[in-house]
Design a protein around this ligand. Structure first.
Ligand code: GDP
Ligand code: MN
Length: 398
């Protein structure tokens, strides 16, 4: 599960990390009001969407007056935001954050993630933070610091100090940076995060009484472990369903594992391994899967009906391949469920069904007899046959 920037900033602020004040709004008028309320000469209007790279896509703008805040808010809210992380269609923007703007002397990057190779959290940091961090990671990997954290001990003082020095913090900045890293690491563990990132972490120019400037978090991003949400009620309450694909939400409701992909063939499968194999064979025979839909071991008639509805609601689906192994469920029951569901939902695209396992013979009879009612239906003898048939049917229609 992902959080919005404003929620991530709240988490950090609650943990005692210095974050500039900010107000969430959803209209241009409210943005102007927020600018006045912040009472700062500079503010940042920021699109609140789950995708990153907003700065590059025009979703983060500095403003110097209430009028400017209003017009910038109008512009950002009026069209989908396209960033390097959204895909070409972009994502709708419904909320903005108006944050007090600060002057930046230098931008840094600091994050915690789970390093699966060593089964431990890892702190990742760089003195080259900001919107180009992906480029830095790619072209200058030596500028990225990685420190493994003992899961039982957490980020230790000596580790944080060493990182702060390596990043080039000086004077009072060192203390501030250590404090922020320590708190970030603690929030990461406490909230069952899979990613907790501050980018940029910044140092402000020197000011009266602060010759070394101030270390502040200007942007934050958290991803949480879905499997831990049962014990993270406050985190779970932060979920924004409007940021999740509608069909994925419908699938969640019916306990189906559905992932939208970019191809043209819908896959209705039971079991993740079978789904992988099915997608591989679709690719091998010259097409691309439009989704990954796993109805699970049970594959009841209701689940299959709902799965068909979800798959067919996606306009990019030009054909559907059903590949079910009757282990827990008997194939004849599954076949009947498929036939009933197909009749109920109504098929306008080719449907190829491959069943294998217990009671497969009566299942094939059921499919054969159903062909007259569902002309789009073809039965397949094995997975290769099924993949070839659906790809041919889809290509033939073009
Ligand atoms: P992202 O592009 O989605 O990661 O959005 P960020 O919140 O990180 O903003 C992108 C960039 O905008 C930052 O790297 C900064 O360079 C700039 N920025 C954000 N907030 C401020 C601010 O208060 N003052 C100034 N001067 N620049 C800012
Ligand atoms: Mn950022």
């Amino acid at each position: 599960m992902k959080a919005h920037e404003y929620q991530a900033r709240d988490l950090l602020a609650k943990a005692g990390v210095a974050v500039p004040p900010a107000i969430v709004v959803d209209t241009p008028e409210q943005a102007a009001e927020a600018f006045k309320k912040l009472n700062a000469p500079l503010a940042v209007v920021k699109a609140q969407v789950h995708a990153g790279g907003r700065g590059k896509g025009g979703g983060v703008k500095l403003v110097r007056s209430a009028e400017e805040a209003k017009s910038v808010a109008q512009t950002i809210l009026s069209k989908p935001l396209i960033t390097p992380q959204t895909g070409p269609a972009g994502v709708p923007v419904k909320k903005l954050l108006v944050a007090a703007g600060v002057d930046i002397k230098k931008e840094y990057y600091v994050a915690l993630a789970v390093d699966r190779a060593v089964n431990a959290p890892v702190l990742i940091a760089s003195s080259e933070g900001g919107v180009e961090i992906e480029e830095v990671a790619k072209n200058h990997p030596e500028k990225i610091i990685r420190v493994t954290i003992d899961p039982a001990l957490g980020l230790q003082a000596y580790q944080a100090r060493k990182i702060a020095y390596k990043l080039g913090f000086v004077g009072d900045q060192i203390k501030q940076a250590i404090d922020i890293m320590t708190k970030l690491a603690a929030v990461f563990v406490k909230t069952d995060s899979s990613l907790a990132e501050i980018n940029p972490l910044i140092v402000t120019p020197p000011s009266a009484g602060k010759p070394d400037g101030e270390v502040l978090a200007l942007d934050a991003k958290f991803n949480f472990d879905d499997n831990a949400l049962f014990r993270q009620k406050d985190i779970a309450a932060m979920a924004d369903p409007s940021e999740t694909n509608e069909l994925e939400l419908a699938a969640q409701k019916h306990n189906l594992n559905y992932i939208k992909l970019d191809g043209e063939i819908g896959c209705l499968v039971n079991g993740a391994g079978l789904a992988m194999a099915t997608m591989d064979l679709i690719k091998l025979h010259g097409s691309e899967p439009a989704n990954f839909l796993d109805v699970g071991g049970g594959a009841t008639e209701e689940a299959v009906t709902e799965a068909f509805r979800i798959i067919l609601a996606d306009p990019s689906v030009k054909g559907v391949l059903v590949n079910i192994f009757g282990g827990i469920m008997k194939c004849d029951i599954v076949a009947q469920a498929i036939v009933n569901a197909a009749k109920l939902v109504g098929f306008k695209v080719p449907l190829v069904v491959r069943l294998e396992g217990t009671n497969v013979q009566p299942a094939r009879e059921i499919l054969k007899n159903a062909a007259k009612d569902i002309p789009m239906l073809q039965a397949a003898t094995d997975l290769t046959d099924a993949a070839k048939k659906i790809v041919a049917a889809v290509k033939g229609k073009r």
